[in-house]
Design a protein around this ligand. Structure first.
Ligand code: KG4
Ligand code: ZN
Length: 332
């Protein structure tokens, strides 16, 4: 895995985190993240126009804190997929800086950033391996043959795993963003108290979480005020974790890969980390998950994905565009 020789500035503004990071090789020198979670809390989800405005306010202070007195040798920026208004803020900053500094620019696919995040700070992850990407917008099981060479084996056919946490949390009155709140509430809960569906049992790799959302809603309506929130949170978390573990085991069996990585915002979930780590111990498979700081959206992972692309000779020009939806690069 060859990285770009020199300092790479990463910029990430695809959703509700404004982030800038400086990377040397795979070493994270700085990684500054300004989260808009408090802003979007009152709406119970990310409002695109509000997100774009908040990025405009945060992007220069975040950049200046990440850069300090340093001047990078290249700029990597998330240009897809994401909210167009939000992406455009990071993209404009990246183009301006690369032009002013006369250094190369590269556009990065947000999911490739997540996929490569376990390799930050010198961790040697073997190739090929299997990667479970679980975030607020994505749930994908990816065959990672090499950096830049991917095949999506399975994915959600409706809601993402993070959405299942967030929507379930809303129904249970746990607030936004829901993942961490569900995890906290579930600590004192009984995961077997309320039986919730593990959907798409017959499909080996794909997932579905919309039925679970409906089931939690029905449960809340049926139980009313006597519902045990800790037990419901634990049951919801168990349903999500069980479904993910089952599909990942199937994919490990299918590919024969001996290493698994867990990435994305939902990778911060302790119960999921423990369940997959346990599954891997049983199967003699190596398990990697990034530090929590690099699970949720961050620019360090974007700088790393950009660094590998720059080292392979990839360069973007000033026509580099933002795009809301885009397939993972290197998928057939
Ligand atoms: O990767 P990310 O920061 O943003 C996207 O690209 O979507 O992921 C955000 C998602 C949210 O749905 C949030 O509820 C979830 O990650 N999340 C968690 C935890 N921390 C964040 N889900 C479960 N358990 C957690 N501890
Ligand atoms: Zn993400």
């Amino acid at each position: 895995m060859t990285t770009f020789p020199g300092l790479v500035l990463g910029i990430e503004t695809s959703c509700d985190e404004t982030s800038a990071a400086l990377l040397e090789g795979t070493a994270v020198l700085t990684n500054v993240v300004s989260s808009q979670a408090q802003l979007h809390k009152k709406w119970g989800g990310v409002v695109p126009e509000a997100a774009a405005r908040a990025h405009v306010e945060a992007v220069l202070p975040v950049l200046s804190e990440a850069l300090g007195e340093k001047r990078p040798d290249a700029v990597a920026v998330t240009n897809r997929p994401g909210l167009i208004g939000a992406l455009s803020v990071g993209l404009t900053a990246a183009k301006s800086l690369a032009t002013a500094w006369r250094v190369p620019l590269v556009g990065v696919h947000h999911l490739e950033g997540h996929i490569l995040s376990p390799m930050l700070n010198g961790r040697a992850v073997p190739f090929p391996h299997l990667c479970l990407v679980v975030s607020g917008g994505h749930t994908e099981i990816v065959d990672v043959r090499a950096p830049g060479d991917y095949a999506v084996l399975g994915q959600t056919i409706d809601d993402a795993a993070g959405e299942a946490f967030d929507k379930g949390a809303r129904v249970l009155g746990l607030g936004y963003p829901g993942g961490r709140a569900v995890q906290e509430a579930a600590k004192d809960g009984d995961p077997d108290r309320y039986p919730l569906p593990r959907a798409l049992k017959k499909d080996p790799f794909n997932l579905s979480f919309s039925g679970l959302k409906t089931a939690v809603l029905r449960l809340a309506q049926k139980e009313g005020p006597k519902i045990s929130v800790p037990d419901a949170a634990a049951s919801l978390q168990a349903a999500i974790v069980d479904a993910l573990v089952q599909k990942v085991s199937n994919a490990l069996e299918e590919t024969g890969h001996r290493a698994l990585t867990l990435v994305g915002g939902v990778a911060a979930n302790t119960s999921l980390r423990e369940a997959l780590a346990h599954e891997c111990v049983l199967g003699g498979i190596e398990f990697f998950a990034p530090d929590i700081e690099f699970c949720t959206d961050n620019a360090a992972m974007i700088a790393l994905a950009g660094s590998l692309r720059l080292a392979a000779g990839e360069r973007a020009d000033l026509w580099l565009d933002a795009s809301a939806g885009a397939p993972l690069p290197g998928t057939a």
